[in-house]
Write a protein that binds this ligand. Structure first.
Ligand code: FES
Length: 288
């Protein structure tokens, strides 16, 4: 994979970690969002009882005879109108503290919106990360990014150079590559880079200027990009136009005696050739 692919893989992995982090924060916040049971309680009361968390207050009935009357309330009683004497027992309300379970307290509106927003954001990040990883992960079982079997060497040699001596590249869709005959003498810039095997090379179809697919031109015997006019000879060496280098090519090898393998996971870049290896153009251009 190229450096850019590794960067994008890193972005995908970072998105997944971000989603995990968001879920973790949401979980912790949902626990800490429970209303504080001591809210509104005076400092003196809190100091007197620091074990109020997770409780509720509910009224209970207590007979008045069980309530002690303090000295301070005595004058008010004396100034009040005398009331008829009751034969029953007066009941006054007081309060008691009861522990509350999380199920009883339920989910507040604030908690609900916090969880909904975090879940939505986290799901988006997770999907983005997974899709990025799936798209850029190197394919190990076939297809572009893996080693592609382009066919038997003998077949490819006979197709790329016809009996009349005409050069015709063979396009391998799975590898996104043109298989072309290698030049008689390999340029120094390809030496030691495994871009030739059994007299064949594999060129990446993508124009190195801005990425258009470069078609073959049979009349000029070369590749000519219709987007901005870059031209390359039949072994992919730059000839004209804004392309900054030769067409990219893949590492190739022969396996099992005669199978031509294109290793599409390894792209070789080379600068504009100082001396072209083959003649171009050999006839009229296709793009003018
Ligand atoms: S993309 Fe090929 S010349 Fe610009």
């Amino acid at each position: 994979m190229s450096f850019t692919d590794w960067i994008l893989l890193g972005v995908g992995a970072f998105a997944i970690l971000g989603a995990l982090g968001a879920f973790t924060i949401a979980f912790r916040r949902s626990r800490s969002d429970r209303p504080e049971p001591t809210a509104g309680t005076s400092a003196e009361t809190l100091k007197a009882d620091r074990s109020m968390e997770g409780v509720r207050v509910e009224p209970i009935a207590v007979p008045s005879e069980d309530i002690a009357v303090s000295e301070e309330t005595a004058p008010d009683i004396e100034e009040a109108e005398p009331e008829p004497v009751s034969t029953g027992v007066a009941v006054v309300e007081t309060q008691r503290v009861v522990e509350v379970t999380p199920e009883e307290s339920g989910v507040s509106r604030r908690q609900f919106f916090n969880r909904a927003i975090t879940a939505t954001f986290g799901s988006f990040l997770a999907l983005f990360g997974l899709n990025s990883l799936a798209f850029f992960w190197p394919k190990l079982t076939g297809g572009f990014g893996s080693d592609v079997d382009a066919g038997a060497v003998g077949d490819l040699l006979s197709q790329t150079v016809t009996p009349a001596g005409t050069t015709v590249p063979v396009f391998i869709p799975e590898a996104r590559a043109y298989v072309v005959p290698a030049p008689q003498e390999l340029s120094e810039q390809y030496e030691g880079r495994s871009v030739e095997a059994a007299g064949l090379m594999a060129l990446f179809q993508r124009c190195v200027h801005l990425g258009c697919r470069v078609p073959w031109c049979g009349t000029s015997v070369g590749f000519e990009c219709p987007c901005h006019g870059s031209k390359y000879n039949y072994v992919g060496e730059w000839f004209d136009g804004p392309a900054p280098r030769n067409l990219d090519r893949f590492v190739v090898e022969v396996r099992s005696g005669d199978r031509f393998i294109i290793r599409t996971g390894t792209i070789i870049e080379t600068p504009r050739a100082p001396e072209p290896s083959v003649n171009y153009p050999q006839g009229p251009s296709c793009i003018g």
